[in-house]
Design a protein around this ligand. Structure first.
Ligand code: FAD
Ligand code: ZN
Length: 229
């Protein structure tokens, strides 16, 4: 209760399985007394491209554009574009970040990757020698909740897709841990399109159940061994 949650959601269709997972999270967490904010990226027509437009006013170096340097400098002087400032404020205020999306090409959809690229600016999310456990977003939790087309068997170590943890490595370790954010166990709904209606209902109930005790969970040990041992 009293916790603040930001859900960054990337699906075009509210009636989708991802849409149902989002709805459940909003309802259950609100019921617990959490304050829940949703960034519905497609509905917001969120800009995924990292460009010059993200900097308001003069560039630090107008001779040769360097996105990382320019956004870092712009962050320091309060010169990031309005949409980025708004997302950063939501992140700043959140105790928990939930990312809800369908797996696209072993990764997050481009619109969500663009959110990561543009919002988690140097100076805001990490800095020189302030990364991983020293990242600037320390004290926050994250949870990747996603759906797949492939089955659980396909995403096992011996399966055709390999262990699902290989997919989690860039997201959980490369982004969240890098920024100092602790990582809760991912929540994966395998192949909602290919299972029975009954199984789908079961998966949705499991998500509700998990959310009920979410605040008692310990973060994973987000080290290379967790992913590749
Ligand atoms: P939906 O099709 O929206 O939902 C599945 C079913 O659940 C639908 O029949 C829907 O009506 C029903 N449903 C919704 N809400 C409820 C409810 N409350 N109760 C009961 N039923 C409900 N998959 C991989 O595994 N690996 C990949 O690399 C990969 N790459 C992809 C790349 C692209 C570009 C695309 C488009 C897809 C890719 N996929 C991949 C597949 C993708 O991950 C799945 O299609 C997606 O995860 C399914 O989720 P959804 O929310 O879109 O499902
Ligand atoms: Zn890690």
């Amino acid at each position: 209760a009293g916790k603040r949650v930001l859900i960054v959601y990337a699906h075009q269709e509210p009636k989708s399985f991802n849409g149902s997972l989002l709805k459940i999270a909003v309802e259950e967490l609100t019921k617990q007394g959490c304050s829940v904010t949703v960034s519905d990226l497609y509905a917001m027509q969120f800009e995924p491209r990292a460009t010059r437009n993200d900097i308001v006013g003069r560039l630090h170096n107008s001779e040769a554009f360097n996105y990382g340097v320019e956004t870092w400098e712009a962050y320091k002087r309060g010169g990031l574009s309005k949409d980025l400032v708004e997302e950063q404020k939501k992140v700043q205020e959140a105790d928990l970040l939930i990312f809800q999306f369908p797996l696209f090409w072993f990764n997050m959809p481009a619109i969500l990757k663009g959110w990561m690229d543009r919002v988690l600016v140097q100076g805001f999310a990490y800095d020189l020698s302030k990364a991983y456990d020293g990242g600037l977003l320390q004290g926050k939790l994250s949870l990747f909740s996603f759906t797949t087309g492939g089955s659980k068997e396909m995403y096992s170590k011996e399966g055709i897709g390999g262990d699902i943890r290989y997919v989690l490595w860039p997201m959980q370790h490369g982004i969240m841990h890098f920024c100092g954010v602790k990582v809760l166990e991912p929540h994966i709904c395998y192949a909602p399109e290919n299972v029975s209606e009954e199984k789908r209902k079961e998966m949705l109930t499991a998500w509700t159940q998990r959310l009920k005790t979410l605040w008692k969970e310990e973060p994973i040990d987000c080290s290379p061994q967790w992913y590749f041992k």
